[in-house]
Design a protein around this ligand. Structure first.
Ligand SMILES: NC(=O)c1ccc[n+]([C@@H]2O[C@H](COP(=O)([O-])OP(=O)(O)OC[C@H]3O[C@@H](n4cnc5c(N)ncnc54)[C@H](O)[C@@H]3O)[C@@H](O)[C@H]2O)c1
Ligand SMILES: O=C(O)C(=O)C[C@@H](O)[C@H](O)[C@H](O)COP(=O)(O)O
Ligand SMILES: [Zn+2]
Length: 366
């Protein structure tokens, strides 16, 4: 029997356009994704948690090819330069030629590192994203931002390198822990908060169904978020303008992740708290009203996401980390703020004192 047709979204980038397939049984539907392979060499990058669960399903589709696997230890701390070098050594060990393909099977950590390794090997080979977390399905697998962290900060090294296809098999979500699932919802809420108020209202109405992982609601949430993101990426692939909006909550969030040494907050949790801090800063600067902040806070809390800065953070250290964010220009802070739900804006020249005031208030009430 043929597997059911997946929901398909196209990322329109001319000759580099690619499909995102969302549905059940897609890892096993190798006829679909194998058509994307150009050569005979495949490196499947994954991690020590995901590989025992799902590598076999992918491996069945690689019959007759020369392939090997490369496994990261689990966790954000392993999204490192040292591991890119190990991935490149694995490609060398495979004898990978320019028509080789890297398959990223896992969450955003695997996807970002595997994509960056593909961008580096022989100055760029194909890669296919097979996201297995909700966060990777709704965000990191699409758009071509690849890279790794440095001790100095998140994602400071990387490349824009688009995948050939994205295979989002929602069956894999069955084993995803609840905390990770909720972290993925933060990036869904982010998309709505930036530029789609009707979607935000839909999320408010379907928060219960999403918490219960109702399949119809989950697929609709993934597809709506991705249609929005794919549109932004198609208009501004390399973040010369509009794409920076997708960073709502990230200047604060990345600083919180880094300061917490990647053990306090998951990426999606940092984004949740960061969006709320951005909303409060918007209020402080007279851009938005308190009612929108309250609505965002309610949705985050209903979804089970953190809406407060955990204890123990230092505002000055967070501001110092925020000063190394890639959106900044010539010594000035550039943040994504909003005028209300669905109306995010890029704001340059934000005074450090204003940011500190918001951070101090949030940390004092922690
Ligand atoms: N490139 C982008 O545009 C982009 C966008 C958003 C986030 N990111 C990056 O993505 C990363 C976060 O991604 P993430 O939230 O997927 O984290 P992750 O990759 O660390 O995965 C989360 C956890 O879930 C486990 N896991 C993955 N799939 C599973 C499954 N099906 N069943 C059971 N366990 C599973 C992983 O082993 C890990 O422990 C961050 O590094 C962030 O910076 C990148
Ligand atoms: O796709 C984008 O553009 C994003 O900003 C998506 C973010 O959710 C994601 O976390 C991304 O990795 C952040 O990138 P960075 O440019 O802030 O490093
Ligand atoms: Zn993000």
């Amino acid at each position: 029997m043929n597997p059911p047709s997946p929901t398909t979204i196209d990322v329109a980038l001319g000759a580099r356009s690619y499909p995102v397939w969302i549905g059940r049984g897609l890892l096993g539907d190798s006829a679909r994704w194998r058509a994307m392979l150009r050569g005979r060499h495949v490196l499947v990058a994954s991690n020590t948690t995901v590989a025992p669960l799902y590598l076999e399903r992918v491996a069945r589709g690689l019959d007759g090819l020369q392939w090997s696997s490369f496994l990261l230890d689990d966790g954000e701390a392993h999204k490192s330069f040292a591991n890119v070098e190990r991935a490149l050594a694995a490609l060398a060990g495979l004898g990978a030629t320019r028509d080789a393909c890297v398959i990223a099977l896992g969450g955003g950590v695997v996807g970002d590192l595997a994509g960056f390794s593909a961008a580096c090997w022989m100055r760029g080979i194909d890669f296919i994203q097979m996201p297995t977390t909700l966060l990777a399905m709704v965000d990191s697998s699409v758009g071509g931002k690849t890279g790794v962290n440095l001790p100095a900060g998140k994602n400071l090294v990387g490349a824009f390198h688009q995948p050939r296809a994205v295979v989002a098999d929602i069956d894999t979500l069955a084993t995803l822990p609840d905390r990770e699932y909720r972290a993925g919802l933060a990036e869904v809420i982010k998309g709505a908060a930036i530029g789609d108020e009707p979607f935000f209202a839909w999320l408010e109405a379907h928060a219960g169904a999403l918490a219960a992982r109702d399949e119809t609601a989950v697929v609709e949430a993934i597809a709506r978020k991705l249609r929005y993101k794919a549109g932004v990426v198609a208009r501004d692939e390399t973040e010369q303008g509009e794409r920076a909006l997708l960073n709502l909550g990230h200047t604060f969030g990345h600083a919180l992740e880094t300061a917490g040494r990647y053990t306090t907050l998951l990426h999606g949790e940092g984004v949740a708290v960061g969006m709320l801090l951005a909303a409060r800063l918007s209020e402080r600067l007279g851009m938005a009203g308190a009612a929108d902040t309250a609505r965002l806070q309610r949705l985050l809390e209903t979804t089970g996401l953190p809406a407060a800065v955990p204890a123990g953070f230092d505002p000055e250290q967070l501001l110092a980390l925020m000063r190394l964010d890639k959106k900044n220009t010539a010594g000035t802070l550039r943040l994504i703020l909003w005028r209300g739900i669905g109306r995010a804006e890029i704001v340059g020249g934000v005074a450090g004192e204003e940011v500190l005031a918001v951070l101090r208030e949030a940390i004092a009430s922690a």
